[in-house]
Design a protein around this ligand. Structure first.
Ligand code: B12
Ligand code: SF4
Length: 526
C-alpha cells in the first residue's frame, strides 16, 4: 500500500525544519509499504491539489498530524481526501485531546476515519495493518495488557535513515546558489536543520503547556549510543553532499535530567559526533556551569528558554514559579561567555500584565547579551489546566478558537488589560526588538567577537523577524534587506576589507580543550 503522511502548513513561517513525527512513523511502518511525506510548509497545497495528488499517486491511506493552530486546515484537507474515498487517520496533540471533534462525535462534521491517541510509536504498525485489511478502528490508544495507558519506551528507538531519505524539500540553500556554495569551505550546497529527540516528557506541569499531559511526567530517554549514531549519520550525509547539517534537539526540556544530559554530551564529544545544535532548556537548569561548558563543547549554539514573564506573580499564576526573573541575566551571561546565545520566549496577556508590559520586558532584554526574543500571547490550548481554569471562570471569549485560527489573537480576556491592549503589547515587542536599530545594536554588542558571530546574530534576527512579519515573498525579503542596509553594508565591508579581528572570547576555550567552532553565515539555528 502507498501511504501519504501530511503535515499542514502553519500559514505564518516557511518551512525551516521537517516535522519529526513523519520520519519516525515512516521508520516504524511495517515492511512492504511505500511511505510518501509532504510537509505543507515546504510544498504548499490546497484541498483540491492534495486530493488530486492522492488519486494520482494511488494512495491507500493518509496520515495527518497537526498542532491546534493548524487543525482547521488539517480538517479541510482531511475532508477533501475522504471525499475522494481514501481513509484518513489523524494524530498529534490536538486530536488526542479532542478525538470526538475529529471523529464528528461532538455534533460537528466528521473529519477522520481513525484517530491515533497520544504517542503512536506502538500503535502505528497496527493502524497500517488494519487499513490494509479494511478494518480501521475509530480510536487507537497505546495501552498495556491491563488496558492501562502505556508510554512507549525510547530504549529501542528506530533508526531513521537520514543517510538515504529524500530531504530535498528541506534544503534551506536556494537551488540557484547551491552549485556555487558547494565550493565554499567544507561545502554549503545544502543546509538543513534536522529534528532529533533524545527524550520525552517534562514533569513541571506549567499551566498553559500540553506536554506534561501528553507525554506524561514519566521522562524517558533514548540510549546515548542511539543518539550519537543518529548524529554521525547526519554528519556523514552532510559531508557526502558537501553541505551542512544542524540539529534541533526537540526534547521539551533537554536537560531535565542534568546528569543524563551531561553524559550524552560527553559521549557526543568523545565519538566526534559534534554538530551545531539548538535545544530547549529551562532557565533553572542552566545554573550548572559544567552543563553549560559541555553545551558549548558539544556544539550547542542556541538555547530556547521559556522565560514567559519578568513578573514573578505571573509566573506563579501559571505554575512556573521555578523561573526566577532575577536569575535571567546571569543565565544568559553564562551562556554568552561561551558563545552560546538564547532564544528568549515571552508571553503577554498574563493575569498580572498591565499596559506597558512589553516596554518593561524590553528594558530588561536590552541589558542582556544579544539573543532572539520572541513574544506570544497566553493561549488556552485544549485540555490544559489553563483552559479548564478560564472555562470554569467564564473567561473564554472564543472557546473553540482553533476552528477559526487567527495568528496572535487572544481567546480570553486578561484580568488587568483588554484583549486589544494585549495585542498591541505583542506588536510593540516585535517591532522594537526587530527594528533596524535593534538589529544594528545586537551586531555592535558583539564587536569584540569575530565577524562570523556578528553575521550569525544578524541573520538569525532577520529570519526570526519573519515569525511576526511574514517574509514569504521576495518583495518582503527585499524590504527587510533594504531597511537593514546600513548593517549589511558594514558587515560586507568588514568581510571584504577586514579589520582587526580580536581573538574569540577565551571562555569559548572550554574545560574540555575544544574551541567553540566559529559560526558561519547562514547558521541561524532556528
Ligand atoms: C519542535 C516543536 C516545534 C517546532 C515546530 C517545527 C517542527 N518542524 O517541528 C517549532 C519550534 C517551530 C514550534 C513552534 C510552535 N509550537 Co511547538 N513544539 C515542538 C515540540 C517541542 C516537539 C515536536 C516533536 O517533534 N515532538 C516529537 C514527536 C515524536 O512527537 P509528536 O509530534 O507529538 O508525534 C507523536 C504523536 O503525537 C503522534 N503523531 C503526531 N502526528 C501524527 C500523525 C499521525 C497520522 C499519527 C498516526 C500519529 C501522529 O505520533 C508521534 C510519535 O509518537 C512540541 C512538544 C513535544 N515534545 O512534542 C511542541 C508543541 C507541538 N508545540 C506547541 C506549540 C503551542 C507551538 C507554538 C504555537 C508556540 C507558539 N506560541 O508560538 C509554535 C507554532 C509554530 C507554528 N508557526 O506553527 C504545542 C502544541 C500544542 C497543541 N495542542 O497544539 C507543543 C505540544 C508544546 C506545548 N508547549 O504544548 N514547535
Ligand atoms: S517546562 Fe516547558 S515543557 Fe515543561 S511543562 Fe513547562 S512549558 Fe511545558
Amino acid at each position: 500500500m502507498r501511504i501519504l503522511l501530511y503535515n499542514p502548513d502553519n500559514g505564518v513561517t516557511r518551512n525551516f525544519m521537517p516535522h519529526l513525527w513523519m520520519f519516525l512513523l515512516k521508520a516504524l511502518t511495517p515492511p512492504g509499504h511505500e511511505v510518501l511525506l509532504i510537509d505543507g510548509n515546504a510544498q504548499p497545497m490546497d484541498e483540491r491539489k492534495i486530493a488530486e495528488y492522492v488519486r494520482e499517486q494511488n494512495i491507500g491511506l493518509v496520515g495527518i498530524g497537526a498542532m491546534t493552530r493548524m487543525i482547521a486546515k488539517a480538517y479541510r484537507i482531511a475532508d477533501a481526501i475522504r471525499a475522494s474515498g481514501v481513509p484518513v487517520v489523524m494524530g498529534g496533540p490536538h486530536v488526542t485531546e479532542l478525538a470526538d471533534e475529529a471523529l464528528g462525535r461532538d455534533g460537528g462534521p466528521r473529519h477522520a476515519d481513525a484517530v491515533a491517541l497520544g504517542e503512536a510509536d506502538e500503535t502505528w504498525p497496527q493502524i497500517v495493518n488494519d487499513a490494509v485489511s479494511g478494518q480501521l478502528k475509530e480510536k487507537y490508544a497505546p495501552i498495556d495488557d491491563m488496558g492501562k495507558e502505556r508510554k512507549p519506551s525510547l530504549k529501542r528507538y528506530p533508526v531513521i535513515p537520514w543517510d538515504s531519505i529524500d530531504l530535498d524539500q528541506f534544503n534551506l540553500v536556494p537551488k540557484s546558489a547551491a552549485a556555487l556554495l558547494r565550493k565554499v569551505g567544507e561545502g554549503w550546497a545544502t543546509f538543513r536543520i534536522v529534528p532529533v529527540e533524545s527524550g520525552r516528557g517534562c514533569p513541571y506541569g506549567c499551566e498553559f503547556c500540553t506536554v506534561t499531559g501528553f507525554f506524561g511526567d514519566s521522562i524517558r530517554f533514548r540510549t546515548n549510543e542511539s543518539v550519537v549514531n543518529e548524529l554521525l549519520l547526519l554528519k556523514a550525509r552532510a559531508r557526502k553532499e558537501r553541505g551542512q547539517m544542524a540539529v534541533f534537539f526537540i526534547d521539551d526540556n533537554f536537560a531535565i535530567n542534568v546528569k543524563r544530559t551531561k553524559s550524552l554530551l560527553r559521549d557526543i564529544i568523545a565519538a566526534k559526533a559534534r554538530v551545531h545544535w539548538v535545544a530547549q532548556i529551562s532557565a533553572n537548569l542552566l545554573r550548572d556551569e559544567e552543563l553549560v561548558d559541555l553545551i558549548a563543547a558539544s556544539g550547542g549554539k542556541w538555547i530556547f528558554i521559556g522565560m514567559e514573564s519578568i513578573d514573578p506573580a505571573n509566573l506563579k499564576d501559571v505554575n512556573k514559579g521555578f523561573n526566577k526573573p532575577h536569575e535571567y541575566a546571569a543565565v544568559l551571561e553564562r551562556l554568552a561567555q561561551r558563545n552560546v546565545y538564547a532564544i528568549t520566549s515571552f508571553i503577554f496577556g498574563m493575569d498580572n500584565d498591565t499596559s506597558g508590559v512589553a516596554e518593561r520586558t524590553l528594558a530588561q532584554v536590552r541589558t542582556w547579551p544579544p539573543g532572539l526574543p520572541i513574544f506570544g500571547l497566553l493561549t488556552p490550548l485544549p485540555a490544559t489546566p489553563l483552559y479548564k481554569r478560564l472555562e470554569t471562570s467564564g473567561r473564554l471569549t472564543r472557546p473553540k478558537h482553533w476552528r477559526e485560527f487567527i495568528p496572535f489573537a487572544m481567546a480570553h480576556t486578561p484580568l488587568r488589560m483588554t484583549i486589544e491592549q494585549a495585542h498591541s503589547e505583542v506588536k510593540y515587542g516585535w517591532e522594537q526588538a526587530y527594528s533596524p536599530e535593534a538589529l544594528a545594536q545586537a551586531v555592535d554588542s558583539l564587536s569584540d567577537q569575530p565577524l562570523g558571530y556578528r553575521i550569525n546574530i544578524f541573520l538569525a534576527r532577520l529570519c526570526f523577524r519573519g515569525i511576526y512579519f511574514p517574509m514569504m515573498g521576495k518583495m518582503a525579503w527585499l524590504k527587510a534587506v533594504a531597511q537593514n542596509r546600513q548593517t549589511i553594508f558594514k558587515l560586507v565591508r568588514e568581510a571584504l576589507f577586514g579589520r582587526r579581528i580580536l581573538p574569540a572570547n577565551p571562555a569559548a576555550q572550554d574545560a574540555y580543550g575544544a574551541v567553540a567552532a566559529p559560526d558561519v553565515p547562514g547558521e541561524v539555528g532556528v
